[in-house]
Design a protein around this ligand. Structure first.
Ligand code: FE
Length: 168
Protein backbone atom coordinates (compact mmCIF):
# COMPACT_ATOMS: atom_id res chain seq x y z
CA UNK A 1 0.00 0.00 0.00
CA UNK A 2 2.99 2.30 0.36
CA UNK A 3 3.77 1.87 -3.32
CA UNK A 4 2.33 4.52 -5.62
CA UNK A 5 1.98 3.56 -9.25
CA UNK A 6 1.57 5.70 -12.31
CA UNK A 7 1.69 4.59 -15.93
CA UNK A 8 5.49 4.74 -16.22
CA UNK A 9 7.05 3.67 -12.97
CA UNK A 10 6.61 2.67 -9.37
CA UNK A 11 8.31 4.40 -6.47
CA UNK A 12 8.23 4.07 -2.73
CA UNK A 13 6.78 6.74 -0.48
CA UNK A 14 8.33 7.32 2.95
CA UNK A 15 6.12 6.34 5.86
CA UNK A 16 5.26 9.63 7.60
CA UNK A 17 5.76 10.17 11.32
CA UNK A 18 2.77 10.55 13.64
CA UNK A 19 3.25 11.89 17.16
CA UNK A 20 4.13 9.54 20.01
CA UNK A 21 1.22 10.39 22.30
CA UNK A 22 1.21 10.09 26.10
CA UNK A 23 1.27 6.31 26.67
CA UNK A 24 4.65 5.05 25.45
CA UNK A 25 6.66 3.03 27.98
CA UNK A 26 10.29 2.04 27.57
CA UNK A 27 11.32 -1.54 28.30
CA UNK A 28 8.62 -3.48 26.46
CA UNK A 29 9.14 -7.26 26.37
CA UNK A 30 10.53 -8.96 23.26
CA UNK A 31 7.51 -10.83 21.88
CA UNK A 32 5.37 -11.11 18.77
CA UNK A 33 2.14 -11.93 20.59
CA UNK A 34 1.46 -8.82 22.66
CA UNK A 35 -2.12 -9.64 23.75
CA UNK A 36 -2.08 -11.36 27.13
CA UNK A 37 -4.87 -13.89 27.91
CA UNK A 38 -8.27 -12.27 28.44
CA UNK A 39 -7.49 -9.09 26.49
CA UNK A 40 -10.66 -7.45 25.13
CA UNK A 41 -10.88 -7.19 21.35
CA UNK A 42 -11.13 -9.02 18.04
CA UNK A 43 -8.00 -11.01 17.23
CA UNK A 44 -5.78 -9.17 14.75
CA UNK A 45 -2.65 -10.42 13.00
CA UNK A 46 -0.52 -7.64 11.50
CA UNK A 47 2.21 -8.56 9.03
CA UNK A 48 4.45 -6.66 6.68
CA UNK A 49 7.96 -5.58 5.85
CA UNK A 50 10.31 -2.71 6.44
CA UNK A 51 11.76 -1.40 3.16
CA UNK A 52 14.12 1.30 2.03
CA UNK A 53 13.07 3.86 -0.59
CA UNK A 54 14.19 1.49 -3.36
CA UNK A 55 11.88 -1.22 -2.04
CA UNK A 56 14.72 -3.29 -0.61
CA UNK A 57 13.91 -5.19 2.61
CA UNK A 58 15.72 -4.16 5.79
CA UNK A 59 16.64 -6.88 8.28
CA UNK A 60 17.10 -6.53 12.04
CA UNK A 61 14.98 -3.39 12.26
CA UNK A 62 13.73 -2.85 15.83
CA UNK A 63 9.94 -2.40 15.99
CA UNK A 64 8.26 -1.45 19.27
CA UNK A 65 4.45 -1.64 19.28
CA UNK A 66 1.90 -0.38 21.81
CA UNK A 67 -1.83 0.30 21.60
CA UNK A 68 -5.22 0.37 23.32
CA UNK A 69 -7.34 -2.76 23.74
CA UNK A 70 -10.75 -3.47 22.21
CA UNK A 71 -12.37 -1.12 24.71
CA UNK A 72 -9.97 1.78 24.21
CA UNK A 73 -7.83 1.23 27.32
CA UNK A 74 -4.03 1.21 27.57
CA UNK A 75 -2.21 -0.92 30.11
CA UNK A 76 -0.07 1.72 31.82
CA UNK A 77 0.78 -0.43 34.86
CA UNK A 78 2.02 -3.52 33.04
CA UNK A 79 3.00 -4.30 29.48
CA UNK A 80 -0.14 -5.80 27.96
CA UNK A 81 -0.40 -4.82 24.27
CA UNK A 82 3.21 -3.72 24.30
CA UNK A 83 6.14 -5.55 22.77
CA UNK A 84 9.15 -5.25 20.53
CA UNK A 85 10.65 -7.45 17.84
CA UNK A 86 13.16 -7.32 14.98
CA UNK A 87 12.55 -7.85 11.27
CA UNK A 88 13.90 -11.10 9.81
CA UNK A 89 16.36 -11.42 6.93
CA UNK A 90 13.57 -10.64 4.44
CA UNK A 91 12.60 -7.49 6.33
CA UNK A 92 9.42 -9.12 7.66
CA UNK A 93 7.64 -8.68 10.96
CA UNK A 94 4.51 -10.32 12.41
CA UNK A 95 2.44 -9.00 15.28
CA UNK A 96 -0.29 -10.99 17.02
CA UNK A 97 -2.67 -8.74 18.89
CA UNK A 98 -6.27 -7.49 19.09
CA UNK A 99 -8.04 -4.78 17.17
CA UNK A 100 -7.71 -1.45 19.03
CA UNK A 101 -10.72 0.70 19.86
CA UNK A 102 -11.05 4.47 19.71
CA UNK A 103 -10.60 6.72 22.78
CA UNK A 104 -11.22 10.44 23.33
CA UNK A 105 -10.82 12.14 19.94
CA UNK A 106 -8.57 9.40 18.61
CA UNK A 107 -9.56 6.98 15.87
CA UNK A 108 -8.35 3.39 16.46
CA UNK A 109 -4.58 3.10 15.96
CA UNK A 110 -1.49 1.05 16.68
CA UNK A 111 1.56 3.02 17.82
CA UNK A 112 4.97 1.93 16.63
CA UNK A 113 8.58 3.02 16.97
CA UNK A 114 11.09 1.74 14.47
CA UNK A 115 14.88 1.95 14.36
CA UNK A 116 17.09 0.57 11.60
CA UNK A 117 19.98 -1.70 12.47
CA UNK A 118 22.65 0.94 11.77
CA UNK A 119 20.66 3.57 13.67
CA UNK A 120 20.48 5.81 10.61
CA UNK A 121 16.70 5.93 10.64
CA UNK A 122 14.31 6.36 13.55
CA UNK A 123 10.57 6.67 13.11
CA UNK A 124 7.63 7.07 15.47
CA UNK A 125 4.25 6.68 13.82
CA UNK A 126 0.73 5.25 14.13
CA UNK A 127 -1.14 2.75 11.97
CA UNK A 128 -4.86 3.20 11.31
CA UNK A 129 -7.78 0.93 10.47
CA UNK A 130 -9.61 1.51 7.17
CA UNK A 131 -13.25 2.57 7.08
CA UNK A 132 -13.43 4.02 10.58
CA UNK A 133 -15.79 7.01 10.84
CA UNK A 134 -13.44 8.68 13.32
CA UNK A 135 -10.64 8.72 10.72
CA UNK A 136 -12.44 11.71 9.23
CA UNK A 137 -12.30 13.76 12.43
CA UNK A 138 -9.06 12.69 14.13
CA UNK A 139 -6.53 15.51 13.46
CA UNK A 140 -3.63 13.04 13.68
CA UNK A 141 -5.05 10.72 11.01
CA UNK A 142 -2.78 9.96 8.02
CA UNK A 143 -3.95 8.27 4.83
CA UNK A 144 -0.44 6.93 4.25
CA UNK A 145 -0.44 4.86 7.43
CA UNK A 146 -3.75 3.03 6.97
CA UNK A 147 -3.37 -0.75 7.11
CA UNK A 148 -5.00 -3.16 4.68
CA UNK A 149 -7.40 -5.26 6.73
CA UNK A 150 -9.31 -8.42 5.75
CA UNK A 151 -11.60 -10.70 7.74
CA UNK A 152 -10.42 -14.22 8.49
CA UNK A 153 -12.19 -17.12 10.24
CA UNK A 154 -10.36 -16.44 13.50
CA UNK A 155 -10.45 -12.64 13.46
CA UNK A 156 -8.77 -10.16 11.13
CA UNK A 157 -5.54 -9.96 9.18
CA UNK A 158 -3.79 -6.64 8.56
CA UNK A 159 -0.80 -5.78 6.41
CA UNK A 160 1.45 -2.74 6.34
CA UNK A 161 4.87 -2.11 4.78
CA UNK A 162 7.01 0.61 6.34
CA UNK A 163 9.30 2.62 4.06
CA UNK A 164 12.22 4.40 5.68
CA UNK A 165 15.23 6.37 4.53
CA UNK A 166 18.65 4.81 5.04
CA UNK A 167 22.13 6.22 4.62
CA UNK A 168 23.33 3.46 2.31
FE1 FE B 1 -2.76 6.12 21.28
Amino acid sequence: MAMVKNTQKAFWVLTPPVEEGPYYKVGSPARKNIAEPGTAGTKLILEGRVLDTNGRPLSRVWLDFWHADGRGYYDNEGFNLRGHQFTDRDGRYRLETVRPYQYLFRSPHIHVKLRTRDGSSFLTTQLYLPGEKSNETDPLFQNLTVMDVTDTPGGQKATFDFVVETEK
